[in-house]
Design a binder for this molecule. Structure first.
Ligand SMILES: CC/C=C\C/C=C\C/C=C\C/C=C\C/C=C\CCCC(=O)SCCNC(=O)CCNC(=O)[C@H](O)C(C)(C)COP(=O)(O)OP(=O)(O)OC[C@H]1O[C@@H](n2cnc3c(N)ncnc32)[C@H](O)[C@@H]1OP(=O)(O)O
Ligand code: FAD
Length: 661
């Protein structure tokens, strides 16, 4: 049963919902991890929809940037008052969800506070530091951000220029931005909203640079909100999207903070200027790993937003004919439309499934690290580096296809897809530029292959064990596991090809850095294939664990779309393994899978249960009543407040008048 059906809906959409073979609430429970979690999302949406002061004052596309920031702040303040009655305050998921529901995806002054400011205090602050700041931050007595990137340096953290020099005599750190390129640049909420920040600066003690470390820094006066002396701060200006957030710049001039403001759970500076090393050199980077570990699910949901819009719209949009010339067909019936959208539905499910898995892995790692065991850090860093890169890229591609699948109306801001696209592809850049992160994973793959070459295959972790296998023939009595073997073949041969290229260049006398650079395109290809293999295998395992048979059946259909599409997409890497007959077989299986999934397409996107409020799309409305609402939306555009604009009276009319003979 599809729970979205209501009286007054567009009959085309109701017809689709009636053709679904499964219960959408049960599917939502599988997507979000449990019936309880899915139910909480519905309850929060429902509660929010009943609070008038939390509704949008006007559609986001009609707001200026200043209005967006004002609206985000207004709603944040109301939410802060209402949150205790609406959500479990200890749940990060519910906190993020309600903000996204109420404020949307365009960012808001507290987006970074929850995801990048509080977590470092909680994981890298000492008990005393947590006692001092955590409660204040959680109550939102202070608003924070995370200032790491600089005008001249983002990807290469070792080149950051901001310094925090320890002054023994005053027991303070002195913060400085010595050059224009050392200005912090990009941090969200820094521009106008935050009054505190985690600042990443090079720790200098007794003239020795110990590299980037995190510091708690007050930026603005808590009464007047004016920048404190020694601080230069402001907004960096409009962006491609995400304009509800005030990304900012920040400079320091001999700005002093107490010694106790360095986050010292792992690294420490003692009062006499002693430096105590952390248990792992990169432990200070763990805030980034946390955000990356959450990006697959987050991005999967961005893709889910765009697909909810495109699939629902494709079910009510009629254009052209198939056999029956008496009525135009739903565009969702065209194979090209299905090929454009259904593999993306499968990817959205796959990203969400493996996203929740990486969140679980991170949470486990956090416990291990707090217990002094840092051995899992390298594995999770490699995994999340690849995953954030592949998922953000494919999400961007999927959203853009969804936009095109909506034809002309997809290009209108009424669809809201362009905003989803703009926000989502920010993820290709933030938390580590994709190529840079793929190359981080490649280091791990190359090291794994070197272990095999050195006869140490048995030391390989489970995620890279396939690199040592020797599969050269596939029995194409194709089930998911055979597809997995095909993918393993592709990922393995590319990883070996890239590594051997690197090694050959090295053996020719080239420096390690040059050889790496000249092999880097091949290395990033290896990282992508490795990551896609991981996504596929997680998807297969997840479907295997589903108990409800109706849900399992449709997920198997979706998995078939995924595995056949993915293997077709990497055809070039499996030429040595699969014959052209076998490729034809897979291609045909894909087409059959598209037909099989067709009756469930709308129910599959309905199962994401994204409310109309959160979706903010006229095209993607739950009720499917698109045309009358598009007309209403256009009429409410501020340009239509007057029939004759100043642009006409001041310029066009005089021009036309002058041109008259
Ligand atoms: C847009 C959102 C819209 C809506 C919101 C809706 C919902 C979401 C809710 C909340 C989210 C809201 C908003 C988020 C928006 C934006 C947030 C963006 C925040 C940022 O971008 S913060 C800045 C991020 N910056 C980066 O990621 C920089 C990338 N660079 C690096 O990480 C490093 O420089 C590096 C890893 C590339 C290189 O570091 P290095 O030079 O120190 O190290 P080496 O390359 O030499 O490697 C040495 C060795 O260390 C290993 N290593 C590296 N990192 C790690 C790690 N983290 N853990 C473990 N090990 C690590 C590396 O593998 C090497 O090992 P080897 O064995 O020697 O090979
Ligand atoms: C929406 C958004 C929000 C952000 N929020 C924050 C925030 O809250 N806090 C914060 O501190 N930062 C934030 N950032 C900054 C972000 O983290 C950086 O922009 C990001 O890490 C990329 O760094 P960069 O801009 O220096 O890119 P660059 O490194 O300059 O990248 C430019 C090009 O160089 C290539 N390149 C760089 N190094 C290498 C290499 N070693 N090998 C091969 N190619 C390379 C890249 O692949 C890319 O093609 C945000 C950015 C955005 C877009």
């Amino acid at each position: 049963m599809n729970q979205s059906i209501k009286p007054g809906d567009n009959p085309d959409l109701t017809e689709e919902r009636l053709s679904g073979t499964f219960d959408t609430n049960s599917m939502a429970a599988v997507i979000y991890g449990s019936d309880k979690l899915a139910q909480r999302r519905r309850e929060i949406s429902e509660a929010v929809s009943r609070i008038p002061e939390l509704q949008d004052s006007k559609p986001c596309p009609f707001m200026t940037r200043e209005e967006k920031i004002l609206e985000g702040s207004r709603k944040s303040a109301i939410l802060n008052r209402l949150l205790p009655g609406l959500i479990d305050l200890d749940s990060f998921e519910e906190t993020v969800f309600i903000h996204q529901e109420v404020i949307g995806i365009e960012g808001h002054p507290l987006a970074l506070h929850e995801s990048l400011f509080i977590p470092p205090i909680a994981t890298q602050g000492t008990d005393e530091q947590q006692k001092k700041w955590l409660g204040r931050a959680q109550r939102r007595e202070i608003i924070g951000c995370y200032a790491q990137t600089e005008l001249g340096h983002g990807s290469n953290l070792r080149a950051l220029e901001t310094t925090a020099t320890f002054d023994i005599s005053s027991q303070e750190f002195i913060l400085n931005s010595p050059t224009i390129t050392s200005l912090k640049w990009w941090p969200g909420a820094l521009g106008k909203s935050a009054n505190w920040s985690i600042v990443i600066a090079n720790l200098i003690v007794h003239d020795k640079n110990h590299g980037p470390h995190p510091f708690m820094v007050q930026l603005r006066d808590e009464k007047s909100h004016e920048p404190l002396p020694g601080i230069t701060v402001g907004d960096i200006g409009p962006k491609m999207a995400f304009n509800g957030a005030d990304n900012g710049f920040l400079g320091f001039e001999n700005y002093r903070i107490p010694r106790e403001n360095m986050l010292m759970r792992h690294s420490k500076v003692t009062p006499d200027g002693g430096y105590i090393r952390p248990p792992h050199a990169k432990i200070g980077y763990s805030g980034m790993v946390r955000v990356r570990s959450r990006m697959a699910a987050e991005q999967g949901l961005f893709l889910a937003h765009a697909l909810t819009i495109a699939v629902r719209y494709s079910a009510i949009r009629r254009q052209g004919y198939l056999e029956d010339r008496s009525r135009e067909v739903k565009v969702l019936d065209y194979q090209t439309q299905q090929h454009r959208l259904f593999p993306s539905i499968a990817r959205a499910y796959a990203f969400i499934f493996c996203g929740f898995e990486t969140i679980r892995l991170y949470d486990q790692l956090l416990i291990d690290v707090q217990n002094g065991n840092t051995s899992g850090m390298a594995d999770l860093h490699a995994l999340t580096s690849g995953l954030k890169s592949v998922v953000t890229h494919q999400t961007g591609e999927g959203i853009e296809q969804a936009r095109m699948a909506c034809g002309g109306h997809g290009y209108s801001m009424a669809s809201y897809i362009s905003e989803i696209y703009g926000v989502a592809i920010g993820g290709c850049t933030y938390e580590g530029e994709n190529m840079v992160m793929l190359l981080q994973l490649a280091r791990y793959l190359v090291k794994s292959i070197e272990m095999i070459q050195n006869g140490k295959s048995k030391n390989l972790g489970p995620m890279v064990a396939y690199l040592a296998a020797n599969e050269s023939e596939i029995d194409l009595n194709l089930g998911p596991n055979e597809y997995l073997k095909v993918f393993q073949y592709a990922a393995r041969s590319q990883a070996w090809r890239a590594t051997e290229k690197f090694q050959k260049l090295r053996n020719s006398g080239m420096s390690k850095e040059q050889a790496w650079n000249q092999a880097s395109v091949e290395l990033t290809r290896a990282s992508r294939l490795h990551t896609r293999l991981y996504i596929m295998s997680t998807f297969i395992n997840h479907v295997g664990s589903v108990v409800d048979q109706k849900i399992k059946k449709v997920l198997i259909d979706l998995l078939n779309v995924h595995i056949t599409y993915e293997v077709m997409d990497i055809g070039i890497y499996v030429q040595g393994l699969l014959s052209s007959d076998q490729m034809d077989l897979i291609r045909n299986q894909l087409y059959v899978s598209l037909e099989t999934i067709r009756p469930n397409a709308v129910s599959l996107v309905d199962s994401f249960q994204i409310s109309d409020m959160q979706l903010r799309s006229v095209l993607g409305r739950r009720d499917g009543n698109v045309y009358e609402n598009l007309f209403k939306w256009a009429k409410s555009c501020p340009l239509n407040d007057k029939d004759v604009l100043e642009s006409v009276t001041k310029y066009l009319k005089p021009m036309m008048d002058k041109s008259k003979l």
